[in-house]
Structure formats: C-alpha cells, structure tokens
Write a protein that binds this ligand. Structure first.
Ligand code: FAD
Length: 392
C-alpha cells in the first residue's frame, strides 16, 4: 500500500529528503513551506543582472558519496584555489582566514604570539568551560583578541563569549598549521556550473511531490502525525521535519534561540572588486557586518560589474542555532518526543550550527537507508553530528 509522507520545510534538506522517497518508490509525498518558493536561502535569485543566493552557499564536502549524488543531479564545478581574508583593525591589515602560521610570522606582535602558541601546547583544552576559555587557550590570548573575540560576539550577538559554551567546531578540519589548505586537502569545494545555481536540484528533487507553499505548519497531533494544512485535516504515515523542533510542540518546554541575517546587496562598477581567488572577507572587529561575499567568484557570471553581499547578524530568520549546551539539550528533548517514523534533519531540524548544505544532503541519503530498512525515528545522523554534537 502507498504510504503518505509529509516533509516540513522545502530547503535543501527537505528537497533532498523528498527525492529519497521518489528513489525508494511507493510513497505519496507532500512538502509544505511557509515561503513562496522552494529552496530557501540556497535558491538563486537575480539582482542587477547577477545571480546570487542568500549568503555564499558553496558546496564544501568531505563526503564523496554526497558529492557524487548531488553532482549527478546538478553538475558542480570543483575548484582548488580560493581564499578568505579577515580584516584586523588593530593591525590595519587583512590576513588569511582561518588564522594561519604563514601570516602569524609577519604580524607586528609575532614574538608575543609565538610565545603564547608555545605555551598552549601544555594546556588541556578538554576542561575549558566556554568558548572564550577554549579559544584563548587554543590559540593564545593575542590571536584570540585579534581574530575571534569580536567576531564571535558579533556573530552570536552576545556581550561575552563566556555565554557560548559549545565551541569545539572548526570549519571542516582547518588547523593553525595548514589554515584553509587543511580543509582543501580533505574536502571538495564546489558550486553549480549553471547560472541558476542549485535551482534545478530543487525542481528535480520535488518533481514527484505535492508542493504546498505560503503555508505554515499547523500541528493537530504530533503522536498521530496529524496536521491542519490549508484548512484540511491530514494524517501522514511518515513525517520529515526540517524546521526548528520547538515549533512542533508549541515551544512547551521553551523556545530555541537563533541568530538571523540581513544581507545588503551592492553592485560595483568594475569586473572584480576583491583580489584574485578571494571569495569572502571576514571582519573581526566592531563593524556591524561579519562577512562580505563577491558572488561572481562562486557563480563565474560574466559581467563588467560585480555584485557583493554584506552580511549583518540580525533577528531576522532562524538561520544560526546559537551554540549553547542548554539549547542543544532542549532541542534533543523535543526530538526525543517524536513518535515512530517521524524524523528530524537539516540545520534547524538538528539544531546544530555545524550542519551545512552537504550535511543536509548526507542526512537525506541516510534517511533513504533508514526507511528502506524498515524505519526508525528522531534525529537522522551524519558525520557532522557525530563529530560536533556536544552529546558525542
Ligand atoms: C547566510 C548563510 C550562508 C551560508 N553559506 C553556506 C555555504 O557557503 N556552504 C554551506 O554548505 N552552507 C552554508 N550555509 C548553511 C546551509 O546553507 C544550511 O545549513 C542549509 O541550507 C540548511 O538547509 P535546511 O533545509 O536545513 O533549512 P532551510 O534552508 O532553513 O529550510 C527550511 C525551510 O523551512 C521553511 N519553514 C520554516 N518554518 C516553517 C513553518 N513553520 N512552516 C512551514 N515551513 C517553514 C522555511 O521557509 C525554509 O524554506 C549558510 C547559511 C546561511 C544562513
């Protein structure tokens, strides 16, 4: 008998999940989203003749299976050479991001930093109780003050980084010795060849699915998987959630905290603005923005103007789950309350900042295996959860 599936949220996680049910066959799938289009912030839109997404959204993965799956649907251009820079006002200089020994040796306070780095070898990081303690021990006080303190406060909109007590992530294997090279060596960096970016993925992955847009989820009974959708009561055999789990339970144990984003788009009258191979600039100081992205570097769009996006942390949207153990535990409590055949995936659905686009796809592929082998419930694992979740 055909089983019915509801997918809540049509971002990359929801769309990838929808595709798994088409691949499995024998399911009637419905996807619901409060937005007017599928794809969320990963969807390509156009401004001043330039394609852009909400933030960079480049595909960085260490998982060949995820890359192969995605690349088969939307061919991805792979690149090796790219850089991010961080501006440090104290030195009035840009440095390679993440912090890198090659740069440190040329800093005005290099002697002091190198002594602090030597001392850090004897420090035990596992007993650090918050982000500030962890990172000031990990890289020394001077580098922490220059690169991390201001950026992190701005990113999470906190007065003190002691408020952030979950800190053991680093972008895909980057370390001090190798900087971004460390990530390049073990990860594939890519972006779609197509000027419309990932949009074909969203269309293809949901092509056999009923799509309901401009509609927020109304829960009638989670245990029975019963919802009110456009004034109709509907019950499903399987549910895949990709939105914040507190919303499924009317926040009855408390609300989960997120930071949102505003992005200002600016067209510049030159073919490129940032130096060759530089995709992003990060700002570690008191500026109100965290990052500037030159979209062309990703999209390879040809034009004699260039579009840059300036990102401001804000209250708009539930984009970044705030990394506190209290938050992860609360999200975990909500997810544990889900009944059989009710799953949670995606960045908000896992309440984990470390969940990137590739991790959403990995969770969807793992969901395929779970459903195929008879089903289960709750959070769908992926490597990022194994590596970065405070529970592991
Ligand atoms: C600015 C920015 C830049 C990023 N850049 C990168 C990058 O370069 N590379 C990378 O790998 N990752 C990047 N990420 C992270 C990555 O894009 C996300 O982890 C991923 O897109 C999350 O997908 P998702 O499907 O889980 O959630 P979302 O994309 O948030 O989708 C959730 C969907 O649920 C819908 N929804 C929400 N509430 C309801 C409701 N009550 N009822 C119905 N629908 C609802 C929303 O409208 C949305 O469409 C970036 C994130 C941001 C915010």
């Amino acid at each position: 008998m055909t089983k019915t599936v509801l997918i809540i949220g049509a971002g990359i996680a929801g769309c990838a999940a929808s595709h798994q049910f088409s691949r499995l066959g024998g399911f009637k799938t419905t996807i619901i989203d409060s937005a007017p289009v599928i794809g969320a912030g990963v969807r390509t839109d156009w401004y001043g003749g330039h394609p852009f997404t909400f933030g960079p959204r480049y595909f960085l993965t260490q998982n060949q299976k995820v890359f192969d799956y995605f690349n088969q649907i939307v061919p991805l251009r792979v690149w090796d050479e790219h850089e991010y820079l961080t501006y440090v006002e104290k030195d009035q200089r840009f440095y390679t991001y993440p912090i890198h020994m090659g740069d440190i040796r040329h800093m005005p306070d290099a002697d002091k930093i190198l002594i602090e780095l030597d001392k850090r070898i004897n420090k035990n990081l596992s007993d650090a109780s918050n982000f500030e303690e962890y990172w000031s021990k990990a890289v020394g006080q001077t580098l922490y003050d220059k690169f991390i303190d201001g950026y992190n406060k701005k990113m999470w909109q906190v007065d003190s980084n002691k408020e952030i007590d979950f800190y053991s992530w680093s972008p895909k294997g980057v370390d001090l010795e190798t900087g971004m090279r460390g990530a390049w060596n073990s990860a594939i960096c890519a972006y779609p060849y197509a000027y419309n970016g990932y949009n074909n993925f969203f269309d293809i992955s949901t092509s056999e699915c009923e799509i309901i847009l401009n509609t927020s989820l109304e829960v009638i009974n989670i245990e029975k998987k019963k919802f009110k959708i456009q004034n109709l009561e509907r019950q499903f055999d399987i549910v895949v959630n990709t939105i914040s789990p507190d919303l499924l339970f009317n926040q009855d144990e408390g609300a989960l905290n997120y930071i949102g984003r505003d992005i200002e788009k600016i067209i510049f009258p030159s073919e490129y603005v940032l130096p060759k191979n530089v995709f992003f600039l990060y700002y570690s100081g008191k500026e109100s923005y965290t990052r500037i992205v030159e979209y062309k570097k990703l999209t390879k769009h040809k034009s004699n103007t260039s579009l840059l996006g300036i990102e401001y942390p804000s209250k708009n949207g539930r984009h970044y789950p705030v990394p506190t153990k209290k938050g992860y535990n609360l999200a975990g409590n909500y997810i544990e309350r889900l009944p059989d055949n009710f799953y949670s995936i995606g960045r908000a659905g896992s309440y984990l900042y470390a969940i990137d686009m590739d991790d959403c796809v990995e969770q969807a592929l793992n969901l395929y295996d779970i459903v195929k082998s008879g089903g289960s419930k709750g959070m769908v694992e992926c490597n990022a959860i194994k590596k970065f979740s405070p529970k592991n």
